[in-house]
Structure formats: C-alpha cells, structure tokens
Design a protein around this ligand. Structure first.
Ligand code: ATP
Ligand code: MG
Length: 312
C-alpha cells in the first residue's frame, strides 16, 4: 500500500474559454470538476497504475464531502480529518490558444488539534505503507516545518516530499534522519529554493548535488516538456518524454510523483522508475483533468521515454 498525505486538497475546476479579457465578462464553454490538491492527484494516478492507495488528509464543509465521495468512487480509501474550515477550490482556465492560467485559494485554516489528529492518522497509515507521499502546499495554521514533523511520523518508511517555498526550505534546512527518499520540485521551485537559475543541464546536475547535500537520498527535478532530472547512485539521470501537444499540463508533476512512488514501492531500477515517472507526467498532458492518466496512453508513451545517464 502507498499512503498519500493531503494537507490542502482542493476542488479542481477546469474552465475552457475563448480568451481571458481583464475586466471582461468571461463565459466558460466547458467545465470539468474533479477532486484535486497534489496528494489527491498522486493518489488518483496511483490507482490508474493499479496501486493500492490510502489517503490521509484534511477535509471540510460541502466541498470536502464532495471530494471524499469522488475519491471513494476512484477506489481510494481515505482516512479524513474533518476540519471546521471549508475545503478550497482551485481553477485552471484554458484559453483557445492553449494559455493556462491558474487561480488557487489558500485553503481553510487548520487548528493545532486538527494537526494532532492528522499526525496520528499518518503514523497509523505509514506503519502499513511501503511508501509515503507527502505532497502539496500547506494550509494556513500549519507550521512551515510540518513536513519535517510528518517525516518523523513515517517511522522510517521511504517518503517522497513534493512541496515548494517555505515548507521546502524548512525541509532542506532540517537534516531529517532518515532523509526523505526523494523530493520532486519542478525547475522553478528548485531555482527558488537554491537561489540560482538552472538553465543548462550542468546547472541541473549541480542543483541535484546541492539537494543531496542538504539531506535527500534521491533528489528529482522535473522540467516540464524537457523531462526529469535525478541524482541516484552517485550519477545524474535524465528522462526525456516524447514531445506532445498539451491539453492540460497542470498536475503533470503529481503524475510524475505517482510514477516515482510506484517504482519505489515495486523495487524497480532507477531507469525503470524514471521512465514510468516521465511517462505518467507526459500522459497527464493529454487529458483535461489535472492529473488524469489513461492506461493506454501510458503503455504507448513509456517505451518512447529516453532515459540516460549524463556524463560526469
Ligand atoms: N508538454 C509535455 N510533454 C511531455 N511531457 C511532459 C510535458 N509536461 C510535463 N511533462 C512530463 O511531466 C513531468 C512533470 O511535469 P512538470 O515539470 O511540468 O511538473 P510540475 O511543474 O511539478 O507540475 P504540477 O505542479 O502542475 O503537477 C515532466 O518532467 C515531464 O516528464
Ligand atoms: Mg509540482
């Protein structure tokens, strides 16, 4: 079983419209609503990979109820902390020329008591899990070092952390023992964490080494259509997916994290794990859902991913 922890789930709304005009009256031609938030996305893609998933998270109000129903319909077992604040909504607006604009609410605040309940649930689920995925932003009320605390609750199980900004900085400064198995910032998030641009592959390799030195067993940086970079077994790897016309690329990082988690849980090689992760991220861009992966796309795309070790 793989446990996914969602501190800040969201109702994702995909809105298709002709063009965004600031100050105008915008009419959506098409709306797709789905259960979202990074860890919820990861859990959904893990189901598409036929993994057994348990989700632990904060859920509140009628949107929280809607999400829990949608999650159960996907075959994901959820152990929810019911919170007083309502679960948030996140919008991705896709214009006819393909431009994607996201609007994301911060999420309802959680109390110390709610955090304590969540940590107890994480300890229980982690004790049964092969891998724990800690993914997403942190709602108001949670301390910046919440992922450091949750790693302690994982009881030494391999954990993948995908977060950014203050929670990522807190994690990199904490030297957690045992270290997280993987982290997966995207390029922008890694640049912000390290304070330098990562344009060339050499800069990417240096960044991965810096993240490893900050206490991560296998750092991974995703770079959109340019694929996935990782430092594993002392070597820098690159997985290049095929070039695709994106329908909705939001959630590709979450899909990639699901691939990493599945590879880790299955004991796959670095090569096979990165191939799966890149193929999951690529398959996601072909669907309207934020983190929607079809098995037939995965089967077709995985053999097209080129995985190689970069020269030292
Ligand atoms: N247009 C694309 N074509 C092919 N593969 C893609 C494309 N966009 C993303 N991918 C694959 O998905 C992986 C993750 O994408 P990306 O780096 O955009 O994640 P992200 O920014 O964390 O996304 P999010 O936070 O929205 O989930 C990439 O490393 C790549 O393998
Ligand atoms: Mg991401």
């Amino acid at each position: 079983m793989i446990c996914a922890v969602s501190l800040n789930p969201a109702l994702d709304k995909y809105l298709r419209l002709a063009r965004i005009e600031r100050g105008g009256h915008l009419e959506a031609r098409e709306v797709v609503a789905s259960a979202g938030g990074k860890a919820v996305n990861v859990a959904g893609v893990l189901r598409a990979l036929e993994e057994n998933v348990e989700l632990v998270g904060f859920f509140g109000g009628v949107i929280g109820d809607f999400l829990l129903e949608a999650i159960a319909a996907e075959g994901i077992r959820a152990d929810a902390v019911r919170i007083a604040a309502p679960t948030r909504t996140a919008f991705v607006m896709v214009e006819d020329d393909g431009t994607e604009t996201e609007v994301v609410e911060p999420g309802g605040a959680v109390s110390e008591g709610e955090i304590a309940q969540l940590r107890a649930k994480v300890r229980a689920a982690a004790s049964r899990a092969a891998v724990v995925v800690l993914s997403g932003s942190v709602p108001p009320g949670c301390p910046d070092d919440i992922y450091v605390r949750l790693l302690a609750d994982c009881g030494g199980r391999p954990a993948i952390v995908d977060t950014s900004r203050a929670p990522l900085r807190a994690l990199l400064g904490a030297r957690v023992q045992p270290p997280p198995a993987m982290i997966k910032p995207n390029r922008r998030e890694a640049e912000a964490a390290l304070g330098r641009p990562l344009a060339a592959p050499e800069a990417m390799a240096e960044a991965l080494r810096a993240l490893a030195a900050a206490g991560v067993a296998m750092p991974v940086i995703s770079d959109g259509p340019a694929g996935i970079y990782a430092l594993a077994q002392g070597e820098v790897w690159h997985a290049q997916p095929p070039r695709l016309q994106a329908v909705n690329s939001v959630g590709s990082g979450d899909a990639a994290v699901a691939g990493l988690a599945a590879g880790l849980a299955r004991g796959w090689t670095v090569e096979a794990t990165l191939r799966l992760a890149a193929a999951c991220g690529a398959a996601n861009v072909l669907t309207k859902e934020c983190a929607g992966v079809r098995a037939e796309d995965l089967r077709r795309l995985a053999p097209q991913v080129v995985v190689r070790r970069l020269p030292a």
